[in-house]
Design a protein around this ligand. Structure first.
Ligand code: FES
Length: 612
């Protein structure tokens, strides 16, 4: 079997002949960036062969890699099939989740209302005159004779009682004792709230006695190896039960990695974590629970369930207290998941009286409108471009990503995350770049780059070398190869601008349909909330310039950070909020945009770059 060595990670995988490098890396526990699940269309899975024979590049490699790159040994991992030993260099994945992690918080003012209660008791010792069984003695002291107990806890009860002078603490969830602990542990009650994103998974450890966040951690969703979008993952899962299991194992593995990190940071014992909540889009919910998501993909996009699902941690293999309660908040529809439920809860949209819209841009775009006492939601296939997918040099919001582009005093100025040399462009940079080039007059309102041959007067001298003919139209060089971290020019292509137009047109049109349904106008909106990490970083001015958002006074547009994650934390902190979330599928009216004939018209109009 051929062996592949990955540097600088220094990992080795031995795989069957015919396995591609993407799969071999997955086998070695490494994640190679890629958005197209190995179809050879995204060009993102670049790795460099440092030892081993070169072979003729594939069509996909010729398309995505320059002759210089090919000469230097760069290949696409999904295109390279192994038949002999090889050593490759994998670009270090920058910390894509860093910005999201910093958004934790937001539940400090909640009243703690945990599902699990703990009671410390001191039992009387048995005697010849009092031969009451250990369990009945405990239940009698708790004054809860109706309680059941986990068999695994009962198994050690006799010794536990005698070893601890009959002083123990019972952790009770509903009508069940889920844990019996030595001594008084009533001050130790913890829970983990997850936000299971298609790209990034975040977890927060909460002290359930105070409803405060005591640690946060995040990791990349390892299901990325099976495609950046939910459709690729649904397709993979629907091919076989093993594939579904594989995707579930990946996400549970990542959740356990986060739990381990949270416990390491706080020195909290695993068994003292009794509750877990999670939010995510409907596909993530199905894959986390190991439920077949096949019928989410074709119309009519039917999920297997919409209610909140509650299971024991041991059923999923989550490394908290094995009897801990895990609740995935409810879905609203096939493409409006519990992450939207989290946003509604966090922004109080189910209780507020004014007219408020929330836009959550992740891998998908989800929109909610609270107006005239109604709650409505829809989703648009808008997100991937904002996460860098389908953008020539697109990348997630990680170190080195171009995150801001300004057009000032005739110059284009760029800012990168952590001020590192640029290695790509993330969502906020993409919107800024389009807005800056619109301001500079280099992009027309139709979205077309100005043709410098037909209209040389429209292109200032300083940009003459930067606006050049590229694949499928003109492209603008944002960073030249000498200044970039990827040894090639970083450009905004005509294709990128088109992708942005499709994405922003879909979001705008979705919002318009919601307003139409509620019979209100843009001016009737009291607030527009931008949820998601992306919402925090996108510049309102640029979003308004390109027409991603309706023309409202900027003070009405408010970034609310990772509201979906906040909703998960709030539901963890309070069982009342969890119940409130559980009722939302009955309250929220879901609008299916694909069946609306008016959507297409608004969408086409909204694709143009103009203030609307
Ligand atoms: S080109 Fe290889 S994963 Fe997309």
């Amino acid at each position: 079997m051929p062996k592949v060595k990955f540097t600088p990670q220094n990992k080795v995988a031995e795989v069957e002949s015919g396995t591609n490098l993407l799969k071999a890396a997955d086998r070695a526990g490494l994640y190679i960036e890629g958005d197209c699940a190995g179809r050879g269309t995204c060009g993102k899975c670049r790795v460099k062969i440092t030892e081993g024979d070169r072979v003729e590049p594939t069509t996909a490699e010729k398309k995505h890699l320059s002759p210089g790159d090919l000469e230097a040994g760069w290949v696409l991992a999904c295109q390279r099939v192994l038949d002999r030993d090889i050593t490759i260099e994998v670009p270090i994945q920058k910390d894509a989740h860093l910005r999201k992690t910093t958004l934790a918080g937001g539940v400090e003012e909640l009243t703690a209302e945990p599902l699990v209660e703990k009671t410390a008791v001191k039992l009387s010792r048995p005697a010849v005159k009092d031969q009451t069984a250990d369990l009945e003695r405990l239940l009698g002291r708790l004054e809860r004779p109706e309680l059941n107990i986990e068999l695994r806890e009962l198994a050690h009860l006799p010794t536990l009682l005698r070893d601890n002078a009959y002083a123990v603490t019972a952790a009770i969830a509903g009508d069940r004792i889920i844990s019996i602990e030595p001594g008084d542990t009533t001050d130790q009650m913890y829970g983990v709230a997850f936000d299971i994103g298609t790209t990034t998974i975040m977890g927060s450890l909460l002290d359930l006695k105070t409803a405060s966040v005591i640690a946060v951690a995040a990791t990349t969703n390892p299901q990325n190896a099976y495609g950046a979008d939910v459709i690729s993952r649904i397709t993979h899962a629907s091919e076989s039960r093993e594939n579904l299991k594989q995707l579930q194992e990946k996400v549970i593995e990542a959740a356990n990695k986060i739990i381990k990190d949270l416990l390491r940071q706080t020195k909290v014992a695993r068994d003292r974590v009794y509750e877990v909540t999670a939010v995510g889009n409907t596909t993530m919910s199905h894959l986390f629970m190991g439920v077949d998501p096949t019928f989410l993909a074709p119309a009519p996009f039917v999920p297997a369930y919409s209610r909140p699902l509650e299971v024991e941690a041991s059923e999923l293999g989550l490394k908290v207290n094995p009897a801990g309660r895990v609740t995935f908040l409810p879905n609203i529809a096939g493409y409006v998941g519990s992450d939207t439920v989290g946003v509604i809860i966090a922004a109080d949209m189910d209780q507020r009286k004014d007219n408020c819209a929330a836009i959550d841009i992740g891998t998908n775009g989800e929109l909610v409108l609270a107006a005239n006492g109604r709650l409505m939601a829809c989703s648009t296939a808008a997100g991937p471009a904002f996460e860098g997918a389908q953008i020539k040099h697109g990348m997630r919001a990680a170190a080195g990503a171009i995150e801001s582009v300004d057009y000032k005093e005739g110059e284009i100025k760029l800012g990168t995350i952590d001020n590192l040399p640029a290695c790509g462009i993330c969502g906020s940079g993409l919107i800024d770049a389009a807005a800056a080039l619109l301001d500079a007059g280099l992009i027309e309102p139709s979205g077309r780059f100005v043709n410098p041959e037909e209209n040389p007067e429209k292109v200032p001298d300083r940009f003459k070398n930067r606006l050049r003919r590229g694949e499928g139209g003109y492209e603008f060089v944002l960073v030249t190869a000498e200044d970039s971290d990827i040894d090639s020019d970083i450009v905004l292509s005509q294709g990128d601008v088109r992708e942005l137009q499709l994405a922003k047109g879909a979001i705008y049109a979705g919002l318009m349909i919601l307003l139409k349904e509620a019979e209100i106008e843009i001016d009737d909106l009291d607030q527009v909330l931008l949820a998601g990490a992306f919402g925090n970083y996108v510049r309102k001015e640029s979003a308004l310039t390109i027409g991603l958002l309706p023309q409202l006074p900027p003070e009405k547009i408010v970034a609310v950070g990772n509201a979906a994650g906040d909703g998960s934390r709030m539901a963890l902190a309070s069982k009342t909020i969890r119940e409130r979330a559980g009722n939302l599928p009955h309250r929220v009216e879901h609008l299916e945009l694909s069946t609306r004939p008016d959507f297409q018209d608004i969408f086409i109009e909204a694709m143009a770059f103009q203030k609307i």
